[in-house]
Design a protein around this ligand. Structure first.
Ligand code: CDP
Ligand code: MG
Length: 709
């Protein structure tokens, strides 16, 4: 049962960042009667249904003060504990499906552990996101309640952070990390149980792991080694497709989902961000304070802006409503901050979480009664024809819309406000395209080659497009990572590149740095690029920020500007860094993270015996070094107007946030592409086109690039 509502009558004229913005009343058009529960359709031809028994009441929220042990017993999965354990014991491979929040990720590994199914081995549980791996490991450690710390029996391992020890029996790790472990030992012998969680997300790494664990299981059987148990867990997915690929049984854990009223906007919304804020205040003024709100938006910048806006507006005396606590939630957050979303808030206070799609399935927050769905998501997608790997905000799929809706029906009946019309919903794609079919494959192809697997012959569940595989091989050849495309044999350089948890273009830069005497500088730039932006850009303080940042500016572009800022940061004493960041509008979390990443990368460089070096103020050396890995990401000025990429002749523009915007440098190298109405390049370095001839003559020849000055 659905209804339509007005967010703002007619077109929105309110400026996004105006502090004068007042939420406009929303008109609801509710049809009679409560809606029936909307269940995500599941092809359960092969799935056994495990029902929760009636005496369990999962109606608890984080706000109720029941003990952690009691909370565990009330999870729907608890009712099926013995049946599940029996199935896991009997089957070498098993698919477990269940509604988000029913307890799969936190409970099932604990059940396996206490039944000692893992024997002397370890249980690995993969997660697509680092923040989920960290927060869930922390939670499970608490649940075990034996006074241990994370890193003892329960640990986690994510890129650039390892909290595990010899004693770790349940290890939550990102799918990317397990893939890296497979490079060291392709039979993954330290694990006796591998749980591939959130399989429906179909991240590139999970998709590759499907093939790797399947093969490891088979070989371990053939060689009579310790058997490997594989469990695939997921919210909702195409069971037939999965059980055919794994040739195994599937069970479906029925959760307890309450009906959710769905509201669509009556008119098209051209500014979903403002519409989300307006909808929030509509709810805020009417709903009791203990009803939490979850807003789905696309990325850090947008989320930070909305969090700020809600905090400001909530204090406005004209807005009637209880006090609010607003929490941002996105993947790049430090775990300490992310854990806050689970904390209870004071009485008579409204909790609102503003999240990316991370709260769709990876992280469940109890107590949410209202969901506001912007209908948008930020994804990375690659077009082999344009050669560009772009971050793009795009519409979600219907499958995602239902997942988001479901978040409102966890505790009791809830509401979901869709910031799009019914018609727009019907036009959405039914399912999400797996990442492997839309991303640049060069990293994965290189990792597979390090495992001595040629991607063209790999047992993918869904094969990536031939073009994408071909273009990945071509890229690796250009980078000098493989000897030839047919054999895919790694060169010495290629084997070293595979040791870095980085895009091959970035690892090539680090490995080329000794030739330019600038390893220190290259490490800094690559480390910063591996995280989220270190610069804060509050729109209300634009001019002030620009003036302050002047001293970091470089005519050579954004990468050198990052380097300048980081150099100054490291020169500040530890004690003064926080206030320095505050003064300079530098995101302290992100710069601290870059600092940590830099140390890890330096460590790998040391293991690869790359001599350390610094080029001081000779920026030409750094710029040339960047060209050695990113020569495929170069664009030149065309007719004094647009830029054209040299590789595939695409028309692009410089993003207004770049420090060389408006200066029209003749030739630029870029590391980020943002696609909106136009294709924008962000994070650039100006280079001289002749350098290409000097640094990558083969590339210039094969691509027939004309070097004219
Ligand atoms: O994996 P699945 O979606 O089935 O659920 P889960 O992640 O195991 O979560 C089960 C319950 O634990 C949910 O109700 C969460 O709210 C709660 N939880 C929590 O309170 N704190 C965490 N850090 C993680 C989960
Ligand atoms: Mg889960």
């Amino acid at each position: 049962m659905e209804s339509k509502y007005d967010i703002v009558p007619g077109k929105s004229t309110t400026s996004k960042f105006s502090l004068k913005f007042k939420p406009t009343p929303i008109v609801f058009h509710t049809k009679n009667g409560p809606p029936s529960p909307k269940k995500i359709k599941l092809s359960n031809g092969k799935a056994d249904l495990l029902k929760p028994s009636n005496n369990s009441n999962s109606n608890f929220g984080i706000k109720s003060k029941i003990s952690i042990q009691e909370q565990k017993r009330k999870l729907p999965v608890f009712q099926n504990r013995n049946k599940l354990l029996d199935l896991i014991k009997r089957h070498q491979t098993l698919i477990i499906l269940g509604e988000t929040g029913c307890g799969k990720t936190t409970q099932i590994p604990q059940y396996i552990y206490s039944a000692r199914i893992q024997n002397n081995g370890r249980i690995a549980v993969t997660q697509p996101r680092r923040v989920a791996a960290i927060s869930i490991a922390t939670r499970v450690c608490q649940e075990l309640g034996n006074g241990e710390n994370v890193g003892d029996t329960v640990g986690y391992m994510v890129r650039f952070e390892d909290k595990s020890s010899k004693n770790t029996k349940i290890l939550y790790l990102t799918d990317g990390m397990l893939l890296r472990e497979a490079i060291v030992d392709n039979l993954l012998k330290q694990y006796t149980v591998i749980i591939l969680d959130e399989a429906h997300e179909r991240t590139i790494h999970t998709d590759v792991l499907f093939g790797i664990v399947k093969k490891a299981q088979k070989i371990r059987d053939e060689r009579k080694l310790t058997p490997l148990k594989i469990i695939i867990m997921s919210a909702t997915m195409d069971v037939d497709h999965f059980s055919k690929y794994f040739e195994c049984k599937a069970v479906y854990l029925e959760g307890r989902a309450y009906p959710v009223n769905i509201f669509y906007t009556k008119t098209l919304q051209d500014d979903y961000q403002t519409a989300c804020v307006a909808t929030f205040f509509k709810i805020h003024r009417q709903a009791p304070p203990d009803e939490d709100v979850l807003i789905f938006l696309t990325g850090q910048e947008e989320i930070d802006a909305v969090v700020h806006q809600i905090r400001l507006l909530a204090k406005d005396p004209e807005v009637n409503g209880p006090p609010v606590r607003v929490y941002p939630l996105y993947a790049s957050q430090p775990s300490s901050q992310q854990i806050c979303v689970f904390q209870s808030v004071p009485e008579n206070t409204r909790k609102v979480i503003v999240s990316t799609n991370i709260a769709e399935t990876s992280i469940t927050i109890s107590g949410v009664k209202h969901v506001i769905d912007s209908g948008m998501v930020k994804v990375r997608s690659y077009h082999p024809t344009t050669g560009l790997d772009a971050l793009k905000v795009q519409k979600i799929s219907q499958e995602q819309a239902w997942q988001r809706t479901g978040r409102a029906g966890r505790v009791s009946e809830g509401n979901c406000y869709r910031i799009y019309t019914k018609f727009q919903f019907e036009c959405l794609q039914k399912t999400t395209v797996p990442e492997i079919q839309r991303c640049n494959l060069s990293t994965v192809v290189l990792q597979l080659l390090a495992l001595k697997i040629h991607a063209a012959h790999f047992d993918f569940m869904d094969k990536p497009p031939k073009d994408s595989i071909a273009s990945a091989f071509e890229q690796l050849k250009m980078l000098g990572a493989i000897e030839d495309i047919d054999s895919g044999k790694l060169t010495e350089l290629g084997s070293q590149m595979a040791r870095f948890p980085l895009d091959p273009r970035f690892s090539k830069i680090l490995l080329s740095a000794p030739n330019y005497g600038c390893l220190e500088e290259a490490l800094t730039i690559i480390a910063i690029l591996s995280g989220e932006s270190i610069f804060l850009n509050p729109p209300a303080k634009r001019e002030q920020v620009q003036a302050l940042r002047q001293k970091f500016y470089s005519a050579y572009g954004d990468h050198i500007m990052l380097l300048n800022a980081f150099r100054e940061y490291t020169n500040i004493s530890q004690a003064n860094r926080r206030s320095w960041c505050h003064e300079h509008y530098i995101n302290i979390r992100n710069i601290t993270y870059a600092h940590e990443v830099r140390m890890q990368l330096a460590d790998i460089c040391m293991k690869c015996q790359i001599p350390t070096s610094s080029c001081g103020s000779n920026m030409d050396q750094v710029r040339k070094c960047l060209v050695s890995g990113l020569f495929m990401n170069v664009a030149e000025l065309h007719r004094d107007k647009n830029y054209i990429t040299l590789d595939k002749r695409q028309i692009v523009s410089i993003h207004p946030s770049s420090c060389v915007h408006g200066q029209k440098p003749p030739c630029i190298l870029f590391t980020e592409v943002v696609q909106t109405s136009k294709c924008y390049l962000r994070s650039l370095t100006t280079i001289s086109i002749e350098w290409l001839q000097e640094i990558v003559p083969d590339y210039v020849r094969t691509r027939n690039i004309k070097i004219v000055d």
